[in-house]
Design a protein around this ligand. Structure first.
Ligand code: DAH
Length: 341
């Protein structure tokens, strides 16, 4: 009779696990129902003590069979549930690579950046190195070491942002010349692109922050001819093969002789047009032979060495190259403007 009951439990359990147990929780309930302390199989086994000595091993064997049968079934089912839980998770996690991506709008290189890089390329190809200096600069480097004495109008509070008596926001990239010469033995061949500051009100041709590129060459026997040759090559590379240059005498405290340098108009080629204001020429930079006082102040013997230098406005160059008529457009950060170049 016990035997029949055991067989019945086996069948019932088999049926139940197959048809009714659908998840891990139900499986646990199932396990408790049959194998738990108060479970059906456990209850039946308690009745074993009443069996005769012959019956006991046979029924005991059967009971063990049923128990391990149930344990196996439970283990199998548990593995099934675990597998399908993992499959569900993978299914929910799936990335559909055929979905259209999120389109990120790409920006564009700012014209000031492209012009700067283009100019850098030209000079790097001629063997120049790129130097850097601080934008917050000692008055000594920005003025005094550049042969610009204390009463020079360039030092006027109107022109210059003073941090204190000794420190200014650099008004030009020329102080980098001094820093390089103090630390390097000639031959020197550097350019220095960077931000400069002047206390100007913004209008179509002025902003209180703008950019320059400085160039400095110091070696034995450097002449004005080297300067002119270099500038010619630079102008042709940046403004086109047919570009000419013209030097007009000028004064800069740190060069002697000094010149302002014009390039032939890139629109009309020198005939005269609206862009060059009928002049045929457009001014782009200041240049000259490094003043002996400046060389000496940096510990370079001006009898042995000579050099040339020039400084160029990047905004002005970009405006010319791209025909931009208002400097302020360069600082509005409007993608519609920037994407045109
Ligand atoms: N630093 C000058 C300026 O900002 C430009 C300049 C002129 C730089 C002549 C030079 C130079 O190196 O030789 O106006």
């Amino acid at each position: 009779m016990l035997k029949d009951q055991l067989e019945q439990i086996r069948e019932q359990a088999q049926d139940q696990i197959k048809n009714e147990v659908k998840n891990a929780q139900q499986l646990d309930e199932f396990r408790v129902k049959y194998l738990g302390k108060k479970g059906e199989l456990t209850a039946l086994l308690r009745g074993m003590s009443e069996l005769s000595a012959e019956e006991r091993p046979i029924i005991g064997q059967l009971a063990n069979d049923v128990r391990s049968f149930l344990e196996n079934k439970i283990q199998e089912a548990a593995q099934e549930f675990e597998k399908s839980a993992m499959a569900d998770e993978l299914k929910n996690d799936v990335i559909d690579i055929t979905m259209p991506g999120k389109i990120k709008k790409l920006g564009k290189k700012h014209p000031l950046t492209s012009v700067t890089e283009e100019i850098e390329e030209v000079f790097i190809s001629m063997g120049y190195e790129i130097a850097e200096g601080p934008e917050i600069e000692f008055d000594y480097y920005n003025f005094k070491a550049l042969n610009t004495p204390e009463d020079h109008p360039a030092r006027d509070l109107q022109d210059t942002f003073y941090i204190n008596d000794r420190i200014v926001l650099r008004t030009q990239t020329s102080p980098v010349q001094i820093r390089v010469m103090e630390n390097t033995k000639p031959p020197i061949k550097i350019i220095c692109p960077g931000r400069v500051y002047r206390s100007d009100i913004a209008d179509a041709t002025h902003t209180p922050v703008f950019h320059q590129i400085e160039a400095l060459v110091v070696d034995k026997g450097v002449t004005m001819g080297d300067l002119i040759g270099t500038l010619k090559l630079f102008a042709k590379k940046i403004f086109g093969e047919n570009t000419n240059i013209r030097l007009r005498p000028h004064h800069f405290p740190f060069t002697e002789p000094s010149a302002e340098v014009d390039v032939s108009c890139w629109v009309c080629g020198g005939v005269g047009c609206r862009v060059c204001k009928q002049e045929g020429w457009i001014e782009i930079l200041g240049a000259g032979m490094v003043h002996p006082n400046v060389l000496e102040m940096c510990g370079i013997d001006s009898k042995e060495y000579s050099g040339f230098a020039f400084g160029l406005g990047i905004e002005r160059t970009a405006m010319g190259k791209y025909n931009i008529d208002d400097l302020r457009l360069l600082y509005e950060n409007d993608i519609r403007f920037v994407s045109q170049f």
